[in-house]
Structure formats: structure tokens, C-alpha cells
Design a protein around this ligand. Structure first.
Ligand code: CMP
Length: 138
């Protein structure tokens, strides 16, 4: 049993794709165990994308995530990290296989609709960042 993080980026929220993305996750047999609509803080986004600091797209991707509301999801299930990565498709939607979220719903790497944790360690770090009080707020 694993839990991973999915972010639905501002483009996914503004295109009314929250339901479609959650539907696909649930239809696969994974469980949404945390869900929050957020206007992200810069410090959270910078920490989230810390590994990309210094790369050409870093400022743009940080500003993009700050440009509108996003949805943070904790998703749990057997092999959830790998299952979600495969369902989301390649980072660049132009390389993403049809049937994946990006392959069906996105066209550009700048607006690739979703982020998902790359491995179990990243998932642990990212879940702590986006759900500091745990996935269910009390
Ligand atoms: P994500 O999975 O959220 O991780 C880093 C994000 O940076 C990536 O998805 C893209 O949205 C964005 N990005 C923009 N340009 C690039 C690029 N050349 N390579 C990787 N990621 C990029």
C-alpha cells in the first residue's frame, strides 16, 4: 500500500478537469485519501520544485503554479506511485500515450495539467509539503 501526491495545475482547474482527473483515478481502483483546493504559497511551490532550481523552466513553472487555484490530492493504493505516474503519461504531453491524462487532455509541457510524485521518497516529501497536517483536515 502506497500513497502518492497528485497536483491538478491551474490549467486543469480552469478547464473544469478536476472531476475528469479524479474520475480516472477512482475508476482505476485507487482511493483519493486527501483533497484540497489551494491557492499555493510561493515558498511551498519553490520547495516542491527545489530539484529543478537553476533550470531554464524553474521560474516559469513556479509562477505558473501560483497563477490560479490548484488541487492537491493524496492517492492511495497498491503500487499507487507507479500506477499514477503511468496514468498521467509522459511529462511532455506530445510524447504521452493516448489513454493517459496528458495524452488525452494536454498538448504543451508548460501546461501539462498534472504533477505526480516520481517515486516513494518524493511522495513522502511532497505529501508532507502539501498536507502538513495530514491528508484529512480536522
Ligand atoms: P512536473 O511533473 O510538474 O515537474 C516539473 C514541471 O516543469 C513539469 O511537470 C512541467 O510542467 C514543467 N516544465 C516546463 N518545461 C520543462 C522541461 N523542459 N522539462 C521538464 N519539465 C518542464
Amino acid at each position: 500500500m502506497e500513497t502518492t501526491l497528485v497536483l491538478i495545475k491551474p490549467g486543469g482547474v480552469s478547464r473544469n478537469l478536476i472531476g475528469e482527473i479524479c474520475r480516472r483515478i477512482e475508476a482505476r481502483g485507487l482511493q483519493i485519501t486527501g483533497l484540497e483546493l489551494i491557492r499555493a504559497k510561493r515558498e511551498t511551490v519553490e520547495a516542491h520544485y527545489g530539484e529543478h532550481k537553476g533550470k531554464g523552466f524553474y521560474e516559469d513553472v513556479v509562477n505558473y503554479l501560483l497563477s490560479g487555484p490548484i488541487v492537491a490530492l493524496a492517492v492511495s493504493g497498491e503500487n499507487a506511485v507507479k500506477a499514477i505516474r503511468a496514468m498521467m503519461g509522459a511529462t511532455n504531453p506530445i510524447d504521452a500515450t493516448p489513454g493517459t491524462v496528458r495524452g488525452d487532455l494536454a498538448l504543451s509541457i508548460e501546461d501539462n495539467l498534472v504533477h505526480s510524485s516520481s517515486d516513494v521518497e518524493a511522495a513522502k516529501f511532497e505529501l508532507g509539503l502539501w498536507f502538513p497536517a495530514g491528508p484529512i483536515r480536522s
